[in-house]
Structures are given as C-alpha cells and as structure tokens.
Design a protein around this ligand. Structure first.
Ligand code: AHR
Length: 659
C-alpha cells in the first residue's frame, strides 16, 4: 500500500513540477438526463452460508448444542461432572421403541439411584449468552419410567457455577411428553451453561432439550437471533442467497445439503455433520453440526421478512471439488433434478400440490414467489457444464420463468473460469455466478473488470467476494479498512456496470468470535454481542443508496477506475428524487473533487455520508464496534460545480436533492 502511494507522488511531482498530485482538483462530469440502465433491485444482496457457526450457534437462536443427542458422539456438548455413582445411557437405532422419530433415534437415558449429586450440563455454543431479566423458554421431551423421577430442576449457571436463573418441571408420564417452562436470567453472562438435576430414583428418558430466548426476531417462538437479523435487515438486501457456499456440495455427495431434510417438524429434521467442522487445520470445530432448525422454510421466511428475493443454490450432483469431487453419474441425476423442481413447488406451488401443502402446513399458505434457483455452487470443468445442461432443460420445461444461476468456478480468471464462461455463453446462460477472494490491490485494480463485458451475454451475479488481507482462506485475514475501501472502489465498478452485473454479495456473511473457520466475514458475533465490520458498512452504504437509474460519471470522458486513486459511480433515485454520487479515495492524502452535474436542477441541500478511518489497518471490534461507521452531515449545494474534499482512505456518498 505504502509503496503505491510513494510512486504516485513521485509521478505527480514529475508531471506538476514539484506540486503534490493531490493538490489538483479532479473534475467529474455527470449527465443526469441520460439513464444508462435501470439498477436492478437485486443489485446488492446477502450470501448466507452455514459456516463459522452462522446457523446453529448463530442466527438460529437455539442455545443448547446437541439438543437431540444426534451428533456422531451422542453426548458431545453434554457434561456429567459427578458420574461416580449415577449412570447415563444413550440408546439408539431405528428398532428402539423409545426413538422419537425415524430421523431422531437417539435419546438420553438417565438412571438415578440415590445419587443426589448427579447433574447433566449442556455447554452451549461456546457458552450461552444470558441477559439479566430476559426470559428463556425451555422445552424438552421426557418419558418417566414408573414415575420414578419426581422433579427435574433446571438452572442456568454462570462460569463460576453460580445459579443465574432457575425453573423446574414435574415429568408425569412414562410416554414421550412435551414439557415447557421459563427461566428468567438474574445476571448477564456470556458463558452460561444449562444444568439439570433430578429428584427421585429410577430411569427417565430425555430428548430435544431446548432453550431459546423469548426475544427473537419478530417474537417468533424458537426463532432467529434478533440482533443478527437486525443487522441483515439494516442492509436492505435485494436478495438472500442460501445455504452456501460449499455446504451445498458436501465433501461427498451423501453429505450435500438436501433441502427436503430441512423442512417439516423440527424434531424430525435429521442432524448431520457440518462440512466445515474439520476442514481447516487452523480451526478445527469437531462439534459443528447442522440441526437444520434453520432450514429452507425459515430461509424463505427470513428472505420475506427482510424484503430480499430468495436465492437458493442446490447441489447439481457434484461434491466439493476441493474435497472428493464425487460425481453423480449422468444417468443417476434424476433425484437431484427432482429436488430442484420440488423446491420450486415448495416455494411457489398451490396449497393443493404436494410440496405447496407442506409449506402451507408449516404456516405459509401464500407462495414465497421464488424467482431464482442456482444449479451447483462453485463447480468447474466439463462435468459441470454437462450437468448444468440437464438441469436447465428440466427446470425451464416446467418453470420457464425461473431464472437459473449457473457457476463459473472458484476463481475470477484462469482456465476453469475461461472454459465455464465460454460454454455458458454458448448455452445462453442467464445469470452466471462469479467468485473472487483476492487481495485488496486486486480489487482496486479491477474496478474496470466489467467495463468490456458483452452487454448481450449472460448477466453476472458476483455471488461471493471479499478482499483478503493476507491470502484466500488464510486464518490471519483481517476485516481491515484497506480491504473495505478497496471493495468499495471495486463496487463502483459493479454499479457502473449495472447493465451486466445484476446481483452482488460479500462472503461469508457471519462468524462466531470463538468458532469461526473462515475469515474475513461481514458480521462478527459472540453469544451476547454482534457488530458489522467496516466491510459491512460499505455494503450497507451501497445497498441503501443504490438508486433506480444508472448515470454516467466520467473524468475527461473516461470512467474513474483508479486514476489518482479515485473511483466513482453515480445513480439517480426517481423515488427520492436524488442524484447519488459514490466516491472512493484510496490515497493516503485527501483530494479535492468537483462534480459538474448537467441535465437536472438541484435544490439547496444535500446529504453527505462518509466512511473513513485514518489507518489502513483499522477495524471494528467487539471493544470498539463502531470505530468505522458512516457519519452523516448536511451538504450545501452550490450553483455550478459541487466541491468536495475527499479525506485520505475514504468512501463518500453524496446525495443531492433534485428540484
Ligand atoms: O465463503 C466461503 C467459501 O468460499 C464458500 O463456501 C465457497 O463457495 C467458496 O470457496
């Protein structure tokens, strides 16, 4: 970074006889009378993947890890500190008469024989976040053999074992019965645990031991974490892509994401290993599983809640090519294709259809109005194109209006990318997903990436991107300011090319402070707090100021793609009647700019929103979550050109009211 700045100053010195280049004023011309293209409402969206504890342990507000004892090690997450005399068994197998459901065969058998010290403790997802005076809803299933156990005392305990909330239940039946109770937190604690103590002697079976905060997003029972959804909602995303990412593909085909297993009764959704659990040596998380409590119904509902077009991505019969690359043979693709067709029926079908009825029974008789479906995530090579063709044919035959997202592989350049683009073009693919995890410098240097893309070719979905401060998938990557403003510089290029780039999303979306596998991430959280990174605020600025009509903004007739370290894009918003100019200064010094706006009359006032920080290494953190956040001020419109000072390393959004 420093190196660049020095060389630029020297060049400036040569050209301008010793005058620092930054002293010059850059004039930018904007013609407000000519709409280049309409900006799609989907322009800036969100990419959700269950990586970094984003679903279980994150967005899905369940506080109990391994609530149904279905992890590969059935007692993972559960401690029995005083096991001297008591015993605890887990029974499994579809033959067991006590199993809850075909997909939920394990349960926990507790045997108490005059053992007053026996306790069963759940550790939560790296602890449980408990807030003083907040309510927590407990539920469990129990079968109390011969009425042996008289009472179960359920307590929240802090890190020093102190009780910080308590309730109890009296299990009455020897058949599986649901019990519920409420606990009120008496203290705020980030590392709470849930402790069960038993009164009486004998055997009791337990399953689906669950604890949710009452205060969830929209107050939904056993719903989503409110603070995290609020952060998503605040972006005003145009779409929500789910469930990934490589999680779609699985390491092998058998552990791909199968949406049908994620709908219906929560207790019947089969828990499985999360493919990110031991993917990276740098961050092993063997306790990472998918309960599918946040499943496809909940994703559709979330998309609807936050006003985003749902964008599901499905397996195309290819397991992750970074892992096994296992392929479903071409003549065995039918179940995969059927999954795609059935998903469209689940989302959009009438309540009289099979899958439409399941959606309706779950509480949403109205269709979700699904418009997009993705075929494969990050596949490459001829095997992908071959499979894509079959999917495309089948989907279009039944649902001609559904827009199909195809993929161009894991990289924005190179052999795989070139091959995919060439083939997808030949097939008239509608929307091609591109991924780039590159250096901040790459982002600055590629702001012109789409300037020469064929306007008649496939539209582009920049479906996963993020500047990597060290290198792709490196555990030392930071969400630093240099990464964020470099993405902003690049995003002016996305916006300027809205004719071809129609959907874009940063990736990954969120990460648990103590349980992440991949960094950088847009949102960081622990069990009590969450914050948006500087990259989050860049996304939010662009999304909430995307306007409706793209305008040209040029310097000497050319797009601004890094000349003097400046980047710019401009739009008009016909609803708010504003001209919105986005300007990014990636230089280490401030710069003067003036905007020569033609083709409209302006009012007297505007708004200036600025995101800036002094050091390229600055970041938002749990200790200082608002260090880099947008600051808004009034902007006085002048007659003629609009003058602006752009501080070093800054992203500026200037909103000018039209008369
Ligand atoms: O975002 C993390 C991973 O990066 C995604 O799962 C995958 O699609 C990409 O390689």
């Amino acid at each position: 970074m420093k190196k660049n700045v020095i060389s630029r100053i020297i060049i400036g010195g040569l050209l301008f006889s010793g005058i620092c280049v930054n002293a010059q004023k850059t004039t930018l011309e904007v013609d407000a009378s000519k709409t280049v293209t309409k900006i799609q409402p989907t322009m800036f969206g969100l990419f959700f993947e269950d990586i970094n504890f984003a679903a279980d342990g994150g967005l899905y507000a369940e506080m109990i890890k391994n609530r149904s004892f279905e992890f590969d090690k059935p007692l993972m997450g559960w401690e029995q500190p005083n096991t001297k005399r008591s015993s605890m068994n887990q029974e499994s197998g579809s033959a067991s008469p006590m199993k809850l459901a075909a997909n939920n065969t394990n349960f926990c058998r507790v045997e108490i024989y005059n053992d007053k010290g026996y306790t069963l403790i759940n550790e939560g997802f790296r602890g449980m976040g408990v807030k003083k005076d907040a309510k927590y809803n407990l539920s469990l299933k129990a079968a109390n053999h011969n009425g042996a156990i008289k009472k179960i005392i359920i307590q929240l305990i802090d890190k020093d074992q102190k009780v910080i909330g308590e309730t109890s239940i009296v299990p009455k039946s020897d058949q599986w019965t649901n019990y519920s109770a409420q606990i009120i937190g008496t203290q705020t604690e980030a590392k709470a645990k849930l402790k069960l103590t038993f009164e009486g002697n004998g055997i009791i079976d337990l399953d689906m031991i669950s604890l949710f905060p009452e205060d969830t997003w929209k107050g939904r029972k056993n719903g989503l974490r409110k603070d995290l959804v609020q952060l998503l909602d605040d972006v005003k995303p145009g779409f929500l892509r789910f469930p990934g990412g490589c999680i779609v593909e699985g390491r092998t085909l058998s552990d791909r994401y199968q949406w049908k297993k994620s709908v219906g009764n929560v207790e019947e959704r089969k828990t499985m290993m999360n493919r990110w659990n031991v993917e990276f040596n740098h961050k092993q998380t063997p306790d990472y599983f998918q309960s599918f409590g946040l499943g496809f119904y909940e994703y559709f509902q979330l998309s609807e809640d936050i006003g985003a077009e749902p964008l599901p991505i499905l397996s195309c019969g290819m397991a992750c090519q970074y892992n096994t690359g296992e392929l479903a043979p071409m003549d065995e693709l039918d179940p995969y294709i059927q999954d795609a067709l059935d998903l469209i029926e689940f989302a959009n079908g009438a309540v009289t259809t099979n899958w439409g009825k399941i959606r309706s029974d779950m509480g949403h008789p109205k269709p979700f109005n699904l418009k997009y479906i993705g075929v494969g995530n990050e596949q490459w090579g001829p095997a992908y194109i071959e499979r894509y063709k079959v999917f495309e044919q089948a989907i279009k035959a039944k649902y001609p209006n559904i827009i199909i997202v195809s993929g161009s592989g894991p990289s924005p350049k190179g052999e795989h990318f070139d091959y995919a683009m060439k083939e997808l073009k030949k097939l008239n693919a509608e929307l091609v997903d591109e991924h780039y995890y590159e250096s901040p410098k790459w982002f600055r240097e590629n702001a012109g990436r789409y300037d020469n893309y064929d306007r008649k070719g496939p539209k582009i979905f920049a479906g996963e991107y993020a500047a990597q401060s060290v290198s792709g998938a490196n555990p030392n990557n930071r969400n630093n300011w240099e990464c964020a403003f470099s993405e902003a510089a690049f995003m002016t290029g996305l916006e300027r090319n809205a004719e071809v780039v129609q959907l874009t999303s940063y990736a990954p979306l969120m990460a648990h402070e103590e349980a992440w596998q991949w960094t950088p991430d847009m949102i960081w959280f622990n069990n009590l707090q969450s914050y948006g990174s500087a990259n989050y605020y860049v996304q939010q600025l662009f999304s909430t100021n995307k306007g409706t009509d793209l305008l040209n903004i040029t310097k000497d007739g050319k797009a601004l793609i890094g000349q003097n370290d400046l980047y710019a894009s401009a739009v008009k918003d016909v609803n708010s009647k504003e001209i919105i100019v986005k300007l990014v200064n990636t230089a280490a010094t401030s710069q003067e700019v003036n905007i020569d706006l033609k083709g409209t009359k302006l009012g007297s006032k505007g708004t200036l929103i600025r995101l800036a920080s002094a050091s390229t290494q600055d970041e938002n953190t749990f200790a200082d979550p608002k260090k880099i956040t947008p600051k808004q001020s009034e902007y006085k419109i002048t007659k003629g050109k609009q003058d602006l000072n752009l501080p070093a390393y800054s992203v500026t959004v200037l909103k000018l009211k039209m008369n």
